[in-house]
Design a protein around this ligand. Structure first.
Ligand SMILES: *Cc1c(COP(=O)(O)O)cnc(C)c1O
Length: 451
């Protein structure tokens, strides 16, 4: 019945791999002759942060990683550090390690991070996940404003934030509500927020830099608006910490949270940070009344008595390997300083926007981020009708890793410690070549779980 020649399948495979090979070469470059290359070289030559790039593990030099806003790269030091923690602190010292640095590590790393977010020692801990920290602080804030029934957020916030805030409102009862203020899809709806925040508002919670468009709020302005109505404010800094300057003290912020695995390069699922302004710490209560927040955990008393200060926002035993792994990434950002980091971040994103205008806009890409860098973080979204197949093709054929955010956004994260201007130039030209040659059409039906 089968009259196909025996070699048919093989023959077909050869043709296909030859085809992939040619177009991979085509989209990979090099693009030294393409416009803008000299400028990229010049900018890299005068970059005061260039020394940091070599501190990260690079296994494939041709890969351009533009997803550091979702999972930062692995610092070299982290590999050695984790190996040491496993061998010495767990393997050798065992339980004794709790008294030899583990117990206070959340506070010590919090104090380190405090230096780049305008906080004092004792105002920050690294603990749990961003979602859990959001729950703890949002609940404690609403409980601290009895008689006020509203939590205000916007439609640019990360979904987990909206789910948690809605869940918190629900726990307080039917007369509580979360109000989601509508935006234009790119810019924070500041006038709408100003209208929505009123005397019945207990809490205003927003992302400092929003995850899709990269719009960045004026933290001081929104905090003032919330305070004028007697509300507390809780900022999620997941997409800004380590990339955008933050000054909690200067802005009068009450509460904040954020990931350490994005621009802080702490590792997949590394514990998040949590900030509570000093004078509020003893006024607020952690709704998860767990033993690490007890005034004397090793008394093993059955009565819960919260400890004074930031420690009351602890929960239970921390994943020490993940916590320890977060230190080198945070230390690098502290060493580089937020001034230099912001200067380079703005230059990287402005350069990418320039390349979009000259090479990508005509191919159907639209800017999904604010054009003005004063209100933008360190990532840029481009929208395109074929965003999903383009993202797949970019990753698999062009060795450029952005991410895709439904329905039509490609996000490019620029991590000032390891993204170079030549990286940006090469990525833009790989993207251009790929779309010009319609390579992405081959990826129209590919699916993936994590985008
Ligand atoms: C990345 C991110 C999160 C992730 O929360 P996890 O609890 O770590 O999964 C939450 N909020 C914002 C704004 C984020 O950018």
């Amino acid at each position: 019945m089968d009259d196909k020649p025996a070699s048919h399948g093989e023959h077909h495979a050869t043709i296909r791999s030859a085809m992939i090979d040619t177009s991979s070469k085509l989209v990979l470059g090099p693009f030294q002759d393409a416009p803008g290359y000299d400028k990229a070289m010049e900018l890299d030559g005068s970059d005061p942060l260039s020394r940091f790039k070599e501190r990260f593990v690079v296994t494939d030099p041709r890969l351009i990683y533009l997803d550091g806003n979702s999972l930062g790269r692995l610092p070299d030091k982290t590999q050695d550090l984790v190996a040491g923690v496993v061998a010495d602190e767990w393997g050798d010292r065992l339980i004794r390690s709790w008294n030899e640095g583990w117990w206070d590590l959340q506070l010590r790393l919090g104090d380190l991070l405090a230096r780049i977010i305008g906080a004092d020692p004792g105002e920050v801990i690294i603990s749990d996940s961003t979602s859990v920290n959001l729950f703890k602080l949002a609940y404690s804030a609403v409980a601290a404003r009895p008689g006020k029934h509203k939590i205000i957020t916007d439609d640019l916030n990360f979904p987990t934030d909206v789910y948690v805030l809605g869940g918190v409102a629900g726990l307080f009862g039917d007369d509580y509500l979360m109000q989601i203020v509508e935006s234009d899809g790119v810019h924070g709806p500041v006038p709408g927020l100003a209208d929505a925040i009123d005397d019945d508002t207990a809490l205003v919670s927003l992302s400092h830099t929003v995850f899709k468009s990269g719009y960045t709020y004026d933290m001081a302005e929104l905090t003032r608006l919330a305070h004028e109505s007697g509300a507390l404010v809780l900022w999620d800094c997941s997409h800004s910490v380590g990339a955008v300057p933050i000054d909690f003290e200067g802005a009068g912020v009450d509460l904040a949270i954020g990931c350490t695995y994005k621009y802080l390069n702490g590792g997949p699922g590394s514990p998040a940070f949590l900030y509570v302004r000093k004078d509020l710490q003893d006024e607020l209560s952690n709704p998860i009344t767990a033993w690490w927040g007890h005034s004397d955990p090793f008394a093993f008393d059955l009565e819960f008595e919260p400890v004074s200060g930031i420690r009351r926002f602890h929960t239970g035993t921390m994943p020490m390997l993940s916590l320890a792994a977060a230190e080198p990434g945070i230390a690098d950002v502290v060493e580089a300083g937020m001034g230099e980091i912001r200067t380079k971040s703005v230059a990287l994103t402005e350069y990418f926007i320039e390349l979009w205008e000259t090479h990508l806009a005509s191919l159907g890409f639209k800017l999904g981020s604010p054009q003005d860098s004063a209100i933008r973080g360190s990532h840029i979204s481009l929208t395109h009708d074929d965003a999903w197949p383009i993202a797949r093709a970019l990753i698999e054929r062009a060795k450029v890793i952005p991410d895709f955010r439904a329905p039509d956004s490609l996000r490019f994260g620029f991590s000032p410690l390891y993204t170079s201007f030549v990286d940006v130039h090469t990525a833009a030209h790989r993207l251009r070549t790929l779309v010009e040659n319609e390579v992405h059409h081959e990826y129209a039906s590919v699916k993936a779980t994590v985008t």
